[in-house]
Design a protein around this ligand. Structure first.
Ligand code: AHR
Length: 503
């Protein structure tokens, strides 16, 4: 058994809890769009063909923003193909995932879906095969009220009012050799700067995200951010970061410690952005949009696109099945994103439905929740107010990838309006329970309002369409307040939430 302590104080604030931390991602990839959000034959489908049950679970998940339409897909995308009468839309080869894109869903359908799901859109432009002009055309189509060619096309297609999309991604993963139209940092930095500058000539209120690194393991990591920001600093607001982790060779301890890399990623990108700021004598700060993050078993067969002459529509791709340990890491990644709220101003769980996703659907059939749904939904629902800077005293254990790592990781939020303090914590030990003491002298007179723990002696358990309820976060009955502290027992390989309220 291990013991750990956490001390918190209302005066030690990192920054606000940002709703945009709880974003997600819908890409034209596999079954995310077709038979995912869009399935006209489904009993819950509406007049647009959108599944009502998916919209319901998207709301329950607490998603704020949704990035669209890619991902690697966007780097070969012609957005004009997918507006206007559906029967006249061309079918196109999608080179990124070697599939056939039927263009049944495009920007107008997606915008109708975001309104129904109550989420903010985050639109990506193609800077792989295309450039400044096509980005401007899409922006004009979306945000200009009326009187110009593309604005009037939108109106003719049924959308009288402009969409007023605020967040725009300037391409996707342009540092990756797998990307269609992959560029050097210098080439991309110039293109991103010119695209951003021109986009602001149409709409000054945009928030623009320039591509950072596809992972901290990229050989160009650091140098890429430095070069791109040196070109584009004044024209953009955020730089992206992407991170996927997976358990390799049965090394669960290293996998559960992956947030060491995520924290390092944020710290390095923030330091690089600040160095460019100083060198360029800029005054504003660049923030991070962590707009792809999740567990993703990239080496599994379903992660490889089809090949040859077969160009299927919406094949099964990247349909990872998540176990309890994966959910613990997803909970820990949210802890990291919240802890870094001073620099991470937006994030997107990749993705939303079927493709490395918390929500799964059967074509025309059932819907079910993966294990990772639960830490996300609970964190999105209960993190509120300010993120607190914690003093954590935890035992450490050895991991092959990251050396000595704290067994307990945690973050807390304090909502001055409701008076609630919420602690999110993971126990990364594979074998030992952690008895956690939270010092509440800064918050006298609190009681436990809710204590939930997600764990299972079999951490490889994963949900299926037949059973997605056997392993849900359960009430943690050990959580008790006494003498200005709350004590709770956290089982090995677990994620927990402790919500405290004023007595
Ligand atoms: O989310 C799956 C893929 O991961 C995205 O298309 C790409 O941007 C990243 O490599």
């Amino acid at each position: 058994m291990h013991s750990a302590t956490v001390s918190l104080d209302p005066a030690f604030v990192v920054g606000p809890v940002r709703r945009r931390t709880f974003g997600s991602f819908v890409e034209h990839l596999g079954r995310c769009v077709y038979t995912g959000i869009h399935d006209p034959g489904h009993p819950t489908a509406d007049a647009d063909g959108f599944r009502g049950d998916v919209i319901e679970l998207t709301r329950e998940l607490g998603v704020s923003t949704v990035r669209y339409p890619g991902g690697n897909f966007v780097s070969g995308y012609r957005w004009e193909d997918a507006v206007g009468p559906v029967e006249q839309r061309p079918r196109r080869l999608d080179l990124a995932w070697h599939t056939m894109e039927p263009n049944l869903v495009g920007v107008d359908e997606f915008m109708r879906w975001t309104a129904k799901a109550g989420v903010e859109p985050m639109m990506a432009v193609n800077l792989g095969t295309r450039g400044v002009q096509e980005a401007l055309d899409l922006l004009e189509y979306c945000n200009v009220p009326a009187g110009s060619y593309w604005a009037d096309q939108r109106r003719a297609n049924g959308a009288e009012d402009p969409y007023k999309i605020k967040m725009w991604c300037l391409g996707n993963e342009m540092d990756g050799p797998w990307q269609i139209g992959h560029k050097t940092a210098q080439e991309y930095g110039r293109l991103a700067a010119e695209t951003a500058r021109a986009m602001r000539m149409i709409d000054q209120g945009l928030e623009l995200v320039v591509c950072g690194s596809s992972s901290s393991a990229m050989p160009t990591f650091g140098e890429w951010e430095h070069t791109v920001l040196t070109e584009a600093y004044e024209h953009v607001d955020h730089i992206s970061a992407h991170a996927y982790y997976w358990e390799e060779d049965g090394d669960l301890a290293s996998f559960l410690a992956s947030v060491v890399d995520m924290d390092h990623f944020v710290e390095s990108v923030a330091a690089t952005a600040d160095a460019v700021r100083a060198a360029g004598k800029h005054t504003k700060r660049i923030h991070i949009s962590f707009d792809e993050w999740n567990v993703w078993y990239q080496k599994r067969a379903e992660s490889r696109p089809p090949s040859g002459d077969d160009w299927p529509v919406a094949p099964v791709l990247l349909e990872d099945r998540y176990n309890v340990a994966d959910a613990v890491l997803v909970g820990n990644m949210l802890i990291s994103l919240l802890r870094n709220t001073d620099r991470v101003h937006a994030a997107s769980l990749a993705q939303l439905v079927n493709v490395i996703a918390p929500i799964m659907t059967e074509p025309g059939g059932r819907i079910w929740k993966q294990t990772i749904f639960h830490p996300f939904a609970l964190t999105a629902r209960h993190a509120a107010g300010e993120v607190l800077r914690l003093a954590v005293d935890s035992p450490v254990h050895e991991t092959a990838k990251f050396g000595e790592v704290a067994v307990l990781d945690a973050v807390a939020t304090y909502d001055a309006e409701s008076g609630d303090v919420v602690l999110f914590a993971v126990n990364r030990s594979l074998t030992e329970q952690v008895v956690l003491d939270v010092d509440l002298r800064g918050f006298p007179g609190m009681r436990v309002a809710q204590a939930l723990t997600l764990s299972n002696p079999d951490h490889t358990w994963h949900a299926t369409a037949d059973d997605d309820t056997s392993v849900l976060p359960q009430p943690n009955t050990s959580a008790k307040v006494a003498d200005d502290r709350v004590r709770a027992e956290l089982p090995p390989v677990s994620w927990s939430m402790l919500r405290l309220e004023k007595e």
